[in-house]
Design a protein around this ligand. Structure first.
Ligand code: ZN
Length: 722
């Protein structure tokens, strides 16, 4: 196109058009610089410090080759996009320039056209992406469909007229070629937008069911109807759950997206799959997932899809045939923070152009242009129509910072003074609509004619709500030192930051069995204690006929156990004594004050990260080992949780049924703490090799037992004296 355009420019009045082009380009770049500075004023942090806060990028990381390449690519694409726009404006001036030879008149014509083009782009940006910082026309008559359509058509007609005029002055053969290629170029997007989308239907000779794991980031069970919440917050999810088998008390192995998903897909605890943190060094992680090999052997196409990959780097290296989602890399955070430019926003979701923005397209972290239905569309189009599918898809709209492409209306009935919690609720509505759309489209494609669906969340979210706080027991309050009150952080913002915050680790887990598009499974809540690591063994157990030899040949070993299929399936004798392990990520001090000041929060941890050759942010291996020592660790049994904190001698026993915590050395009840302590020490013994914990020594346990019986006697004596 530039060649032909150049010919067009040189054909008439060459100097003036060429000059106009460079004038236009200079003007657009000047406006872009103003826009970037204007955004800076609004944002209060620089793009770099925001990026630093989010993915721990330090200035020296900019030397990383992969990161430099990604940033250069983005800058180049933005430049070329604006150069093409300058070319369109220049060409549009041509027919008017032919009429007048007066330079002043020409300049005025140019200015008018430039202004109209800028208004069109700004209006369209404000109309389609109203939360853009540069959407100043939002709410004005300029940002309405009718204005944009009228102005767009006028300018388009002007451009086409100019183009045809240019071509008419050229030799006929190249002209025809150029017109044809131009028409194709402009018609392809129109075709893609308006084509008749006959839904292709899934048909397979295999009798194996499609397996869908549908993950929703940060969805708290207590915000759903089955735990007594208002149904209107997530109508579609509640309806789906009312037809599901719900594993009511399910915990994540760790309240972090990547670690939780590693648990889901490996069936192993973090201690055994190597993923103890988000952004863990890839060489320390056991991959690919053996279950994917087994599924591939059984004829499955395996797909992983996620709409925010800043903290979840699962990709083809983990054994998936296909991976959908934005590109993974540290450049994500920087690009997402400077990307908000009208022309870029308008280009991101366009067919053909979207490939130029691998860090921005279907990236929920760039919420200003993220279109939930477009992500659904991408995932659905990747699914095989003749092979059974294994799809693990994760929807991240519910992740902090709880923003979306559209403005959130204020629902005064829901406002509780907690801003983050309010926004979270509103995003629950949005992700509810997205998942409903996704499942409806699976059905329409025949993908639910024979399917197993697991619905889960990767972790909960802490908002310091009053109902989330654990209370100290009377004994704890009484025996605590007056100067040193029972300072224990029992609640925290976010997820993975505090394992005493039950709402951070409790997750949704439910399963459905579809036949002919309808769920046919038993419905209800199943008693027991479950973990996300139970999903992988359940899938393998259902993969009949899977012989035990295949499993052993794939070296399939799981920490989890298959989930029960129905409510009548009697709990195995040891199910009541099942122990579930939950560990924290890095406990971050400033997270307990507020997580709005993410710059401060992350400055505590930023030095733990490095950027690799491929442009990915990764925790430094040496920090990784040190950070493991800072973890909080816990084990659940029945309604009890036993917690070991990193810099606290106390062992904390939590009664989750009554939302109370005890200092174990003051405890006198009948909680099975001895076996819990044994399994906690056993499960994390590798962590304690270099830094042994006195709590795991036999003498410590003996003294606890003595204390325990003393306390019991004391309690009895006290009761009888009453
Ligand atoms: Zn998550």
């Amino acid at each position: 196109m530039p060649d032909a355009a150049e010919q067009a420019i040189t054909s008439t009045n060459a100097v003036s058009l060429k000059r106009t082009f460079f004038r236009t380009l200079a003007m657009l770049i000047f406006l872009m610089v103003i826009a970037i500075n204007y955004k800076q004023l609004l944002q209060h942090y620089s793009a770099f410090s925001l990026a630093n806060a989010m993915t721990h990028i330090e200035p020296e990381h900019l030397l990383s080759q992969g990161l430099m390449l990604d940033l250069t690519h983005f800058a180049l694409v933005v430049f070329i996009l604006h150069a093409c726009w300058a070319l369109v404006i220049t060409l549009s001036c041509r027919p008017w320039f032919v009429i007048s030879s007066n330079d002043n008149v020409k300049t005025q014509i140019w200015l008018v056209l430039l202004l109209l083009h800028c208004i069109l782009v700004l209006s369209a940006n404000a109309y389609f992406y109203p939360t853009s910082l540069l959407g100043f026309f939002r709410g004005t008559p300029l940002a309405t469909g009718i204005t944009i359509a009228t102005l767009g058509l006028l300018l388009f007609a002007n451009f086409i007229y100019a183009l045809l005029g240019t071509l008419a002055s050229h030799n006929r053969r190249t002209n025809t070629l150029f017109v044809v290629s131009l028409l194709v170029f402009s018609l392809v997007p129109i075709y893609l937008f308006t084509r008749n989308t006959n839904t292709p239907v899934f048909s397979t000779s295999s009798d194996r069911p499609n397996i869908f794991i549908i993950g929703i980031d940060g969805l708290r069970p207590d915000h759903l109807a089955y735990r007594g919440a208002d149904t209107s917050l997530a109508p579609a999810l509640n309806q789906l759950l009312s037809k599901s088998l719900i594993y009511d008390r399910t915990y994540t192995p760790q309240g972090r997206t990547f670690v939780a998903w590693m648990g889901v897909l490996s069936g192993l605890y973090p201690t055994n799959n190597g993923a103890r943190f988000n952004l863990a060094p890839p060489e320390l992680i056991n991959k690919p997932f053996p279950i994917l090999g087994l599924l591939a052997d059984a004829g499955y196409q395996t797909t992983y899809a996620i709409d925010e990959r800043r903290f979840n780097q699962i990709d083809a290296n983990y054994g998936f045939d296909r991976v959908i989602g934005p590109k993974v890399g540290a450049a994500d955070a920087i690009i997402a923070n400077v990307a908000d430019l009208p022309l870029v926003n308008l280009a991101i979701n366009l067919p053909l152009l979207r490939n130029l923005f691998p860090y921005l397209y279907i990236n929920r972290a760039y919420g200003k242009t993220y279109d939930p239905l477009l992500f659904n569309h991408e995932v659905l189009h990747t699914l095989s129509l003749d092979k059974p599918n294994f799809l693990a898809v994760h929807f991240c709209q519910l992740h902090w910072p709880f923003t979306s492409k559209d403005f959130i209306e204020l629902d005064k009935t829901r406002w509780d003074g907690n801003y983050n919690h309010y926004m979270y609720g509103e995003m629950v509505r949005k992700v509810d609509m997205q998942v409903a759309d996704f499942i409806a489209k699976l059905g329409r494609r025949g993908l639910l004619d024979n399917a197993v669906v697991y619905l889960l969340s990767d972790h909960g979210e802490g908002f310091l709500l009053s109902q989330d706080r654990l209370a100290a027991t009377d004994t704890e309050v009484r025996t605590s030192h007056p100067e040193q009150p029972t300072a224990l952080n029992v609640a925290a913002w976010g997820h993975g930051t505090n394992i005493l915050s039950q709402e951070q680790s409790q997750v949704v887990l439910a399963s459905l069995r579809y036949r002919d598009g309808k769920p046919v499974n038993p419905v209800g809540k199943i008693d027991g204690l479950f973990s996300l690591i139970d999903v992988a063994p359940s899938i393998v157990a259902n993969l009949s006929p899977t012989t035990s030899e295949t499993i052993s040949s794939k070296r399939l070993k799981f920490d989890g156990q298959p989930l029960p299929h129905d409510l009548t399936q009697s709990l195995r004798p040891n199910d009541n004594q099942r122990h579930i392990f939950v560990e924290s990520s890095l406990p971050v001090r400033s997270i307990n004050t507020s997580f709005i000041d993410d710059k401060k929060v992350m400055s505590e941890t930023a030095s733990h990260y490095e950027i690799r050759e491929d442009g990915r942010a990764v925790m430094k291996p040496e920090s990784y080992h040190n950070n493991i020592q800072l973890k909080q660790r816990s084990v659940y049994a029945g309604h009890w949780q036993l917690v070991m904190l990193p810099k606290d001698e106390r062992l904390i026993l939590v009664d989750t049924a009554n939302k109370r915590w005890h200092n174990l050395s003051e405890y006198a009840g009948d909680a099975p703490w001895e076996t819990m302590l044994d399994s906690l020490c056993q499960h994390y013994h590798v962590d304690f090799i270099d830094t042994p914990r006195s709590e795991c020594s036999p003498s410590f346990k003996q003294s606890l037992i003595r204390n325990n019986s003393d306390n019991a006697r004391y309690a009895k004596g006290e009761n009888s004296s009453r």
